[in-house]
Design a binder for this molecule. Structure first.
Ligand SMILES: [Mn+2]
Length: 309
C-alpha cells in the first residue's frame, strides 16, 4: 500500500480551515513528542542525528511552489521508495511558505507526508519559519491565509506559527554532513549548541545565523549581511565549524541559484534551491539524492546526485 501524492495534492487545494488545522495540530503533537532514538535517527532537542545508512532526498526552499514539490516527488519516485524501504528519508531544508501562491498547499502536503512517514521525514526550520522578532519580511503567509481561509485565517495562522517552534535547527550525518537552512554561526561551540540554538536564542545569535546567514567566497571571518539578519561567513568559518561538528560538507538552502544549486568554499558548501518562478528568476530548481553511506569529502563529489529541473 503506497501513498497517493496526487490525492494529497488535490486535498491540499480543496482543504478548508478545520481540516487544515487538524493536520497542523497533529504535526505539532508528533514533532513535540519527537525525541530520543528512532529507527534511523536520534533526536536531541531540535537536532536530528541521522544514521549514515540508505538514501536521503534533500529538498531546498519551496516558497509556496506546489508544482515543483510535485515534480520533485514524482520524478524521483521517492515516496514509493520510502514506502518500500525504511532507509529512504526525505529532508526539507525549510522555507515552505511565502512568496509563491501555494503556501498553504505546500504546508499541507509536507505535513501530510510527515504524518504518513513520521520516521522518514525531517523538517528543517527556515528564516520564513523564524521566531516572532526574526521573521523574514515580506511575510505574506497571513495574506495568503486570509484569502484562503476567510474569517478563520487567524486561528490557522497562529497554529502554523506555533508549528514553526517545533521545526528542526539542523540535521547531522556523522563524519559527513551538516544540514541547516541558512548558514554556520562563527563561535558555535558544540553539537549541543546546534540542538539548543532555539533556547539559547536570547544569549546567542546561533539560531539567527543558522536560519539567515550566507557563505561568501574570498572572505575570511564574518561580514554584515545585506539581508539585515544573519551574516556573510567566510571559508575559515566553514572549516572551523565543520571540523568542530566532525563533518565534511554543509548542505543548505536559503539562496536562489541560477542553476538550482551552487558550491562555495572550495566544495565545502552546497546550496540547493528547489523552487522556480516569480519573484525569483533562477532558470532551474534542483534537489539532491544523497547516498548516505558514501564517505563524501567534498560537495564536488555530490554533483552526480544533483537533479536539475
Ligand atoms: Mn531562506
Amino acid at each position: 500500500m503506497g501513498i497517493n501524492l496526487a490525492s494529497i495534492i488535490n486535498e491540499s487545494l480543496a482543504v478548508q480551515s478545520r481540516d487544515f488545522l487538524k493536520i497542523v495540530e497533529s504535526a505539532i503533537s508528533l514533532l513535540r513528542e519527537e525525541c530520543g532514538r528512532f529507527r534511523r535517527f536520534t533526536v536531541l532537542e531540535r537536532l536530528v542525528k541521522l544514521d549514515p545508512i540508505g538514501e536521503a532526498l534533500v529538498i531546498g526552499d519551496l516558497h509556496g511552489d506546489l508544482s515543483s514539490l510535485r515534480l520533485i516527488l514524482e520524478s524521483s519516485v521517492f515516496l514509493e521508495k520510502m514506502a518500500k524501504n525504511a532507509d529512504a528519508v526525505l529532508i526539507f531544508l525549510g522555507d515552505y511558505g511565502d512568496r509563491g501562491a501555494y503556501s498553504a498547499e505546500v504546508y499541507y502536503t509536507v505535513l501530510r507526508l510527515k504524518l504518513a512517514f513520521p520516521e522518514q521525514i525531517m523538517l528543517l526550520r527556515g528564516n520564513h519559519e523564524g521566531p516572532a522578532d526574526l521573521l523574514a519580511s515580506p511575510h505574506d503567509l497571513p495574506m495568503q491565509f486570509q484569502l484562503r481561509f476567510k474569517e478563520h485565517w487567524r486561528v490557522v495562522y497562529s497554529k502554523v506559527r506555533e508549528l514553526f517552534g517545533y521545526l528542526y535547527n539542523a540535521v547531522l550525518v556523522e563524519d559527513c554532513y551538516l544540514m541547516v537552512h541558512g548558514g554556520l554561526p562563527a563561535g558555535i561551540r558544540s553539537i549541543q549548541d546546534l540542538a539548543l540554538a532555539h533556547k539559547l536564542y536570547s544569549e546567542h545569535q546561533f539560531l539567527e545565523d543558522l536560519l539567515w546567514s550566507d557563505p561568501v567566497d574570498e572572505v575570511n571571518g564574518v561580514l554584515y549581511s545585506p539581508r539585515g539578519a544573519g551574516k556573510l561567513f567566510g571559508k575559515d568559518v566553514t572549516e572551523e565549524v565543520l571540523n568542530k561538528m566532525g563533518v565534511r560538507v554543509l548542505i543548505r538552502g536559503h539562496e536562489p541559484c541560477q542553476e538550482g544549486f551552487k558550491l562555495n568554499h572550495d566544495g565545502k558548501v552546497l546550496t540547493l534551491f528547489s523552487r522556480k518562478g516569480a519573484p525569483y528568476f533562477n532558470a532551474h530548481g534542483a534537489y539532491l539524492r544523497l547516498p548516505l553511506s558514501e564517505k563524501i569529502r567534498s560537495a564536488q563529489q555530490l554533483l552526480p546526485w544533483i537533479h536539475k529541473f
